[in-house]
Write a protein that binds this ligand. Sequence first.
Ligand code: FES
Ligand code: FES
Length: 160
Amino acid sequence: MATTPVSEKVVRVSVNGTTYEYEVPTRRLLVHFLRDDLALTGTHIGCDTGSCGACTVHLNGVPVKSCAVLAVQADGAAVTTVEGLGDEELTPLQQSFSDHHALQCGYCTPGMLMSAAALLDENPSPSEEDVKVALQGNICRCTGYWNIVEAVVAAGKGVA
Ligand code: FES
Ligand code: FES
């Protein structure tokens, strides 16, 4: 039986400050490119349908669900994943998550951190309401959300 040829395209993308050039199937999702081609498995897959936010990364500084973006759409762009948030040390936001017990199983945490980091980039001192709006696309099955909101507000106030 004849198989349909897979169309491929070269993608050149900066991820966490390193430029990569890969030939990828045009249908490959950004989340699979990050996890399977670049081995950046900090970006999680919860639903693969754009619903849970576990796969959130920054695309040119804007938080996006990487299961809803094709790798070819990132051609020429700068992507930041959770691995690119800090260096060896925890960032104040990450420390605040730890201090406020804002994670349990941790599955949603990379996506929460990336959405929260984008908020803090735009609004360094967000209110509770601001945080709730910014995180509305991120689902957590464990925490009840309150500690996450507290952690982001505290990070914004510099009291993490
Ligand atoms: Fe992308 Fe759930 S895995 S939104
Ligand atoms: Fe478990 Fe959020 S900490 S899903």
